[in-house]
Design a binder for this molecule. Structure first.
Ligand code: IPM
Ligand code: MN
Length: 369
């Protein structure tokens, strides 16, 4: 398969984790005879520095022409501390989501057996958690009219029926192919937008009789997600609730450095780690797994099932063997972002030889570490 992939590394740890995701995609292309071409483009603070804009026209055009986009992270502490800044790195990401109409953001939350003890939650509570969050990504309070003066500010939260319908169908379809449960998370006891969500989702549920539909208020869901995450299969929610819940869910998985996501519509698809840019993070030690698993979601998107499965198998092996960055590693503290990527690349290209290397790692004779 030929794929033209736009690569937007962005800021902070974005470039280093994306480099590993590209490394892994190249290994997959080599192994399976695909032709993946990569086109780099500027976004976020990196783009502001070079062009004065967080989302240059050239970047939008590269993304429009691409089959898929691989996105790193954006933001720097400099802008976080300046509420009056007119041009902000986040506009790069939000503007891209909006201009390509990437309305459905899919965030898998999976508790890996080998990492259960990395979570601060109780193992018996989180074991076997497997949730798919469908977060609406181009509407709601993020994109409503905004006012900002010295003395008052407002953000309008607005949703149209159509915006709710299109993601709801995707979430029902996903639930249908999984455990058959969909939970709409909202705040219908306080918000008009949430009441419209409930109405539309209830209407659509008639078309998916095999799916059990449930409703939960966001405040309650924030608690239930921690005390009994196994009760969820697919969660459907609006933009800001989805942002908050998915980051909360990273506690179940053990590190936000593991969470991948896809942002899609019928025409475009972008893949990005859920984590941010962490400008202060020590260079070269960021966890690349979220970016690498985002690349696996890219492969899924194009029906490259065997390829995606091999990436996930390699990731599982790296976790099992403690070939992980310090956020997850209590055994070795010197495994860098690039080493994790090298290991996964190596596994993809030579699974048998990598198996030998595993033993060497434990004997302290590895060429990998
Ligand atoms: C995310 C991020 C973004 C969001 C920020 C960077 C604007 O937190 O993708 O979860 O809030 O959507
Ligand atoms: Mn977020």
């Amino acid at each position: 398969m030929k794929l033209n992939i736009a690569v937007l590394p962005g800021d902070g740890i974005g470039p280093e984790v994306i480099q590993e995701a590209v490394k892994v995609l190249k290994a997959i292309a080599l192994e399976f005879g695909h032709v993946f071409t990569f086109n780099n483009a500027l976004v976020g603070a990196a783009a502001i520095e070079e062009t004065g804009e967080a989302l240059p026209e050239k970047t939008i055009s590269i993304c429009r022409k691409a089959d898929a986009i691989l996105f790193g992270a954006i933001g720097t502490p400099k802008y976080d501390m300046d509420p009056d800044a007119k041009i902000r790195p986040e506009h790069g990401l939000l503007g891209l989501r909006k201009s390509l109409n990437l309305y459905a953001n899919i965030r898998p939350i999976i508790a890996y057996e080998d990492l259960l003890n990395k979570s601060s939650l109780k193992i018996k509570q989180i074991r076997d958690t497997n949730i798919l969050i469908y977060r609406e990504l181009t509407g709601g309070i993020y994109f409503g009219e905004k006012k900002y003066t010295n003395n008052s500010a407002s953000d309008i939260c607005e949703y149209s029926r159509l915006e709710i319908e299109r993601i709801t169908h995707l979430a029902f379809k996903a639930a249908q192919s999984r455990k058959g449960k969909l939970t709409l998370v909202d705040k219908a006891n306080a918000l008009a937008t949430s009441r419209l969500w409930r109405k539309v989702v209830q209407e659509i549920s008639a078309q998916y009789p095999k799916v059990k539909l449930d409703f939960m208020y966001i405040d309650n869901a924030a608690m239930e997600l921690i005390i009994n995450p196994r009760q969820f299969d697919v969660i459907l929610t609006e933009n800001m609730f989805g942002d908050i819940l998915s980051e909360e869910a990273s506690v179940i998985v053990g590190s936000i450095g593991l969470l991948a996501s896809a942002s899609i519509n019928e025409k475009h698809a972008m893949f990005e780690p859920v984590h941010g840019a962490y400008g202060k993070f020590s260079k070269g030690m960021a966890n690349p797994i979220a970016a690498i698993l985002s690349a696996a979601m890219l492969l899924d998107h194009f029906g490259l099932d065997k390829e995606a499965a091999l990436v996930r198998e390699a990731v599982d092996k790296s976790l099992k063997l403690h070939i992980t960055t310090p956020d997850l590693n209590t055994k070795y503290d010197n495994i860098t972002t690039a080493k994790v990527g090298d290991f996964i690349e190596d596994f993809i290209n030579h699974p048998e030889e990598t198996n030998l290397n595993f033993q060497n790692i434990h004997l302290g004779q590895s060429t990998i570490i």
